[in-house]
Each structure stands twice: as structure tokens, then as C-alpha cells.
Design a protein around this ligand. Structure first.
Ligand SMILES: CC(C)(COP(=O)(O)OP(=O)(O)OC[C@H]1O[C@@H](n2cnc3c(N)ncnc32)[C@H](O)[C@@H]1OP(=O)(O)O)[C@@H](O)C(=O)NCCC(=O)NCCS
Length: 152
């Protein structure tokens, strides 16, 4: 971990360009701007950004939905050059707390079967595999693992 504690706050309109930059940083599929903007207005959406320290550029973000007692983790990304500094874990834990405060008692997510870093993070945070969605990802036909954990 770097010396400074990261700062996690709700995502705002002014953050969207930075969020797009983070989402594209490893060449992965980016969300269209219109979709990101929509997340700021959907009542069931919870979107947060992380800055590594005061005044520093956004380095990571997370987007969840809360519907009834279930939270769904839609997207979690850390800028490619800022990984393995604990930011992904910090954002995930923040999302668990925030979705619980909105009434969620479980969190579910889908993750590519090949995404070893994400699988390791989710397993270390107590997510368990509950299913598989075959050929879920349209870009390469990859399967998705469905993972879930209770939020205490
Ligand atoms: C998955 C991701 C969010 C992890 O973020 P991160 O900030 O690098 O992760 P952290 O530093 O908080 O690491 C937490 C744990 O995850 C696991 N982990 C993270 N990166 C890993 C890697 N490259 N290899 C193996 N395990 C890894 C480890 O268990 C790690 O704990 P440790 O550092 O104590 O060993 C990041 O790699 C990322 O943005 N990937 C691209 C987007 C993505 O795949 N998102 C998830 C799908 S929705």
C-alpha cells in the first residue's frame, strides 16, 4: 500500500472522462459514455471513484446496482499502472458497506473465467462460485463465472 490512504467518494458527472480513461487503460472493453452517465441517475445504481490521495487523479472506480436485497457488482476497475496497491480491494469493501446500507444482504457478480486477478480478489473477499454462464461475453465467447457472498 502507498503511504497515503485512498479517498473513495460517489462518482459525479465531472469524473466521467477519468472513469473512461481508467476503463480503457488496459485496452479492455469500455462502457459508452451514455451508459456511464446513466449510472449517475439510476436510483438503484451506486457508483464510486477512488483517488490514491488528496488532489490526485482518479485511479479506480466501481459500479453496483441494488435491487431488493441483492447487490450486483457491474464493474470494478483499477487503472493499469496502479494495480496491486490495494485499491481494488478497498473499492470492493466500500461497495459492500454501501450496498449493505441500502438494504442488500448478498452481492453477486460475473467474472471472466480467465480473469485470474479478479478471481483471486473476489475469492479472498469471500465470494464463492455459484454457477457458470457459458459463452457469456460476446467479444470472445468466453464463459462467465457467477460468484456470490453474503454481506454481513
Ligand atoms: C481485478 C482488479 C480490480 C484488482 O485490483 P487491484 O487494485 O490490482 O487489486 P488489489 O491490489 O486490491 O489486490 C487485492 C487482491 O487481489 C488479488 N490480485 C490482484 N491482482 C492480482 C494478480 N495480478 N494476480 C493474482 N492475484 C491478484 C490478490 O489476492 C490481491 O491481494 P494481495 O495483493 O494481498 O495478494 C484489477 O486487476 C483490474 O482493474 N482489472 C481489470 C478490470 C477487471 O478485470 N475488473 C474485474 C471484473 S468486473
Amino acid at each position: 500500500m502507498p503511504a497515503e490512504s485512498p479517498i473513495i467518494v460517489p462518482m459525479r458527472q465531472a469524473d466521467l472522462a477519468s472513469v473512461e480513461r481508467v476503463a480503457r487503460s488496459d485496452g479492455g472493453l469500455a462502457w459508452p459514455r451514455s451508459e456511464l452517465e446513466a449510472e449517475l441517475t439510476r436510483p438503484h445504481s451506486l457508483a464510486r471513484v477512488l483517488r490514491p490521495g488528496p488532489g490526485l487523479p482518479i485511479g479506480a472506480f466501481v459500479i453496483c446496482w441494488v435491487t431488493g436485497s441483492e447487490a450486483q457488482l457491474l464493474h470494478l476497475a483499477v487503472e493499469a499502472g496502479q494495480r496491486r496497491r490495494g485499491y481494488g480491494r478497498a473499492l470492493l469493501r466500500s461497495a459492500l458497506v454501501a450496498t449493505h446500507a441500502r438494504g442488500a444482504s448478498d452481492m453477486v457478480l460475473e467474472v471472466r473465467v480467465s480473469n485470474a486477478p479478479a478471481l483471486a480478489l473476489y475469492a479472498s473477499e469471500g465470494f464463492q462460485r455459484i454457477g457458470i454462464r457459458q459463452r457469456y461475453y460476446s467479444d470472445n465467447g468466453e464463459d462467465a463465472l457467477v460468484m456470490k457472498r453474503a454481506i454481513a
